[in-house]
Ligand binder design. Structure first.
Ligand code: AKB
Length: 312
């Protein structure tokens, strides 16, 4: 990767991945794009262009004029928000991915696709979920993620495009709040632990989901895109996870730092239903073997760091 275009640069991953890539590859070599210009490091720390990902003409022209060799396609709508507008979610998530792949093919660049644990469903084995297994998701977000994985495989097989992807678990970060996801509670809990000393969870106790601290996610994207293609048997997309916990376990981890912290529950049936349809814990053997996936943050280490960095 030397000349990179990032879509969805204002999103939870984008606001951290864009500066991370600029640090590694040089500010001028990473073009941030988004639908809106927001003041901050993404739009001010290097080149920035407005882009609506379904506008293929502008997208292709940007790849060509920037001489990009890699497209990191992050633009999308998360799971819970998608259930409120399935058509709009499909349009952006599946339609946007198809447009992005087409523009990338026209210009011969490599392509990164962020799949998700949402690509699995209730009929998937929930514990130690294998890399290759049943994928029958029950959210429109998940349906679009499976579609994206298949499209990436198709573009690789049919056109030889260098497509690579990760099935992200819930990502936890202190730079930007996620919006509209099911795993968002695991970010909000830290903010409210610091500001209020308590948190009401919309996810029920006992509901396990895979999670990862943002620094491990950023390193994973770079590692995968830099990996020797000859080693990549599973391109689209790799299971990755750094930890799996339920609200009670993250609350217990916070209590080690803030003993007075209290969790209570007011379960949201929509997000609870989505969470229950997703795996409890992923098997990440393929990612470890094929490109050296090696997360460094577990729950307690992440908690200590989050509680230090989250602002009141
Ligand atoms: C969501 O909750 O929708 C996302 C995801 C797991 O893809 N964080």
């Amino acid at each position: 990767m030397k000349r990179i275009i990032v879509t969805g640069s204002n999103g939870q991953i984008g606001v951290e991945l864009t500066p991370h890539l600029r640090k590694i590859y040089g500010d001028k070599n990473v073009l941030a794009t988004a639908r809106r210009k927001v003041p901050g490091t993404v739009s001010e720390g290097g080149p920035f262009e407005l882009l609506e990902v379904r506008d293929g003409k502008t997208f292709s022209e940007l790849i060509r004029s920037f001489k990009a060799d890699t497209v990191i396609h992050l633009a999308g709508i998360l799971s819970a928000k998608g259930e409120a507008d399935p058509q709009g979610s499909w349009d952006i998530n599946a339609g946007g991915c198809f447009t992005a792949l087409e523009c990338t093919r026209e210009n011969g660049a490599a392509f990164f696709f962020p799949s998700s644990i949402a690509a699995f469903g209730p009929s998937t084995p929930a514990d130690n979920t294998p890399q290759d297994t049943i994928q029958r998701p029950t959210t429109i977000y998940g349906v679009a993620k499976v579609t994206g994985e298949l499209l990436c495989d198709y573009y690789h097989l049919k056109f030889g495009l260098d497509t690579r992807g990760l099935r992200f678990p819930g990502l936890i970060s202190y730079e930007a709040l996620p919006g509209g996801g099911t795993t968002d509670y695991a970010v909000h809990i830290y903010y409210e632990a610091v500001s209020k000393g308590k948190y009401t969870s919309y996810i029920a106790p006992g509901t396990q989901m895979d999670m990862m601290y943002m620094p491990d996610a950023l390193n994973s994207v770079v590692k995968l895109m830099e990996a020797d293609p000859a080693r990549l048997e599973h391109r689209n997309a790799y299971n990755i996870s750094a930890m799996s916990f339920d609200p009670g376990q993250i609350a217990a981890s916070i209590k080690k730092v803030i003993p007075s912290f209290e969790i209570s529950y007011d379960v949201d049936p929509v997000r609870q239903g989505i969470a229950e349809s997703w795996p409890n814990s992923l098997d990440c053997t393929a990612a470890k073997k094929e490109w050296g996936f090696a997360p460094v943050y577990g729950l307690d280490r992440m908690t200590e760091d989050m509680l230090k960095r989250v602002k009141k």
